[in-house]
Design a protein around this ligand. Structure first.
Ligand code: BES
Ligand code: MN
Ligand code: ZN
Length: 495
C-alpha cells in the first residue's frame, strides 16, 4: 500500500474515487467547487436535491462523473464550517474510509486532509488519515478457514494538501504508518487465542521485531534465569501452568550511550483463569486479552525502531499463564519478591501486580528517565472509567501530566486517580511485608499502590487498561490502546 501526497490539479486526477468535503448549508469545500466546475455542476445539483443531509459524517456516493478522470466522487458532510474540530473531522474521515475499506477501489484521492480543522494541523490531519485507514481496514482472519468478507484492495491513497505543508504531511504519513502498524500488531496479539499466543509465542514475535536491527537487542529469560534472579512473585503466578514463562527484554539504542532510557513494562498474562481463586466461567475467554500490556510494549518497540527515534527505549514483558492446578500457588502463600519484600498472596487472581512488581524492580537496573507500565490490571478500573479512558496513576506529577496531555492530543485519553499514602493501609498483612489485595474499596488504586513499593524514587506511571485494551459485543477485539498515547508521549520527547 502506497500513501503519498497528491500534487495534481483536482480535475485532472485519475482515481477510482475522489473523497471531497461539503459543509452545512450546502456550502462546497474548495475541492468540491473545483470538481463541481469541471463536472458541470454535478455536486451542486446533488446538494440542491437534498441527496445529502447537513450533518457531519453523512456520505453520498456519486457514480456518474461525466468527463472527470475520477470515476466516482464520495461527498462527505463536515457540518458547520466555522465549528469544524478534530473530533467531527475524524468521525467523518472514519466513515468515508470505512466505505473505501468495504469497496474494491484501488486508487483513492482524499481531499479531507486539505480542509482547515481548528485543532488539527496538516501534520495531524495526514497522520490521522493514515492511522484511520489502518484502523478501518484491519481484519483478523488468521484463524478462519475462509476469510469471509473480501479484504480492502486499496493500492494507492493520495492525500491532498495545500502545497505549503508537504514536509509536515510527510512526517504525519511516516508517524501515522508506524503507529498504525504498531496498533495492528497489538490487536493481532490480543485477538490470537491463548493456545496460540503463549509466552513462547510472544518471545518469538519479540525476536522477529528485533531481527536484523542493530539498534534493537532482544533477550528472553527462561524459568531457570527467572529463578536465579529471585523473582518469587513472578514464579508464584506461573507455578500452576505447564506452559513455560518468559521474561522478555527489548533494548532500543537510538540515543547516546549515556542517555537514560524510557522503560516500558507490559503485563503479559496470556490467559488469566484466576488461579486457585478461580474466576467465574462467564466471559472468561476475554482473559486471553490479559497480555494487552505486553502487546503494547511490542507494538511500541516496533514503531520506535521503524521511526529510528533518537532516544533510548527499553521494553520489558514478564509473561506467563495464571491457571489452577496441583502445583499452583495457594491463597495464604507468602513469597519473596526480587526486591526482597515478602508478599502474602491472599487472592491468586490479583496476579498482574505479582508479575509486574518483579519486572518493575528489574527495570530499575536501566536507571530509567521514566518508567511506565501498562496492564489490564483491575476490573475496578472498568467500573470507574468504563471503556472510554484508561486509568493513570503514578508518583510524578510531571510525568503524569505529560501522559495526560499526550492522551488528549492522540485521542487516546486517560484519567488520573490518586495514590495517597493513606491507601497503603488497605494492603497491610499480619504475616508478610504487604498483602497482594486491599479488599473491595479503591481496587485500581490499591493495585497501583502495591506497584509503587517496587519503583524506588524513579519517576513512574502506571496505565490501567482493563477497560480500554479490547472491545466487547459486536466490535469484540483488541484496540491497540494505549499505543497512540504512548507514541505521542515519545514523539514529544524528541530533542
Ligand atoms: N486481569 C484481571 C483484571 C480484569 C478483569 C481486566 C476483568 C479486565 C476485565 C486481573 O488479573 C484480576 O483478576 N483482577 C482482580 C483483582 C482482585 C482479585 C483484587 C479483579 O479486578 O477482580
Ligand atoms: Mn487476575
Ligand atoms: Zn489478570
Amino acid at each position: 500500500m502506497q500513501i503519498q501526497i497528491s500534487n495534481i490539479a483536482i480535475d485532472r486526477q485519475q482515481a477510482d474515487c475522489a473523497i471531497v468535503a461539503v459543509y452545512g448549508g450546502g456550502k462546497l469545500s474548495a475541492a468540491a467547487k473545483a470538481l463541481d466546475a469541471a463536472a458541470g455542476g454535478l455536486i451542486s445539483r446533488a446538494i440542491g436535491n437534498h441527496d445529502i443531509k447537513d450533518e457531519a459524517g453523512e456520505l453520498l456516493l456519486l457514480t456518474e462523473t461525466g468527463k472527470l478522470p475520477a470515476r466516482r466522487i464520495l461527498l462527505v458532510g463536515l457540518g458547520n464550517r466555522d465549528k469544524l474540530d478534530r473530533r467531527t473531522w475524524t468521525k467523518a474521515l472514519r466513515n468515508a474510509l470505512s466505505a473505501v475499506a468495504r469497496s474494491q477501489y484501488r486508487n483513492v484521492v482524499l481531499h479531507l486532509t486539505a480542509e482547515t480543522v481548528r485543532d488539527a494541523d496538516a501534520y495531524r490531519r495526514a497522520r490521522l488519515a493514515v492511522e484511520t485507514w489502518q484502523s478501518v481496514s484491519y481484519r483478523f482472519t488468521a484463524m478462519k478457514s475462509e476469510p469471509g468478507e473480501p479484504a480492502a484492495r486499496l493500492e494507492k491513497l493520495s492525500l491532498a494538501g495545500s502545497g505549503r505543508d508537504d514536509a509536515a504531511m510527510r512526517r504525519g504519513i511516516a508517524h501515522g504508518g508506524a503507529i498504525g502498524r504498531a496498533v495492528a500488531l497489538a490487536k493481532d496479539l490480543g485477538n490470537l487465542p491463548p493456545n496460540v499466543c503463549t509466552p513462547t509465542y510472544l518471545a518469538d514475535r519479540a525476536r522477529a521485531i528485533a531481527k536484523g536491527n542493530k539498534k534493537l537487542q532482544m533477550e528472553s529469560l527462561s524459568l531457570a534465569t527467572i529463578r536465579k534472579l529471585g523473582m518469587g512473585a513472578f514464579l508464584a503466578v506461573t507455578s500452576g501452568s505447564a506452559e513455560p514463562p518468559r521474561f522478555i527484554v527489548l533494548q532500543y539504542k537510538g540515543g547516546r550511550a549515556g542517555d537514560q532510557p524510557v522503560v516500558f513494562v507490559g503485563k503479559g498474562i496470556t490467559f488469566d483463569a484466576g488461579g486457585i481463586s478461580i474466576k467465574p466461567a462467564g466471559a472468561m475467554d476475554e482473559m486471553k486479552y490479559d497480555m494487552c500490556g505486553a502487546a503494547t510494549v511490542l507494538g511500541l518497540m516496533q514503531a520506535v525502531a521503524e521511526l529510528k527515534l533518537p532516544m533510548n527505549v527499553v521494553g520489558i514483558v514478564p509473561t506467563c499463564e495464571n491457571l489452577p492446578s496441583g502445583t499452583a500457588t495457594r491463597p495464604g502463600d507468602i513469597v519473596r519478591t526480587m526486591s526482597g519484600q515478602t508478599v502474602e498472596i491472599l487472592n491468586t487472581d490479583a496476579e498482574g501486580r505479582l508479575i509486574l512488581c518483579d519486572a518493575l524492580n528489574y527495570a530499575l537496573r536501566f536507571k530509567p528517565a521514566a518508567l511506565i507500565d501498562m496492564a489490564t490490571l483491575t476490573g475496578a478500573c472498568l467500573v470507574a472509567l468504563g471503556r472510554v479512558r484508561s486509568g493513570l496513576l503514578g508518583n510524578s506529577d510531571k510525568l503524569a501530566n505529560r501522559l495526560l496531555a499526550a492522551g488528549e492530543a492522540a485521542d487516546d485519553r486517560a484519567w488520573r486517580l490518586p495514590l495517597d499514602d493513606d491507601y497503603a493501609e488497605l494492603l497491610k498483612s499480619p504475616f508478610a511485608d504487604v498483602a497482594n489485595i486491599g479488599g473491595r474499596d479503591a481496587g485500581t488504586i490499591t493495585a497501583a499502590k502495591f506497584l509503587s513499593r517496587f519503583v524506588g524514587k524513579t519517576e513512574w506511571a502506571h496505565l490501567d487498561i482493563a477497560g480500554t485494551a479490547w472491545n466487547v459485543g459486536s466490535k469484540k477485539g483488541g484496540t491497540g490502546r494505549p499505543i497512540p498515547l504512548l507514541m505521542e508521549f515519545l514523539l514529544n520527547r524528541q530533542p
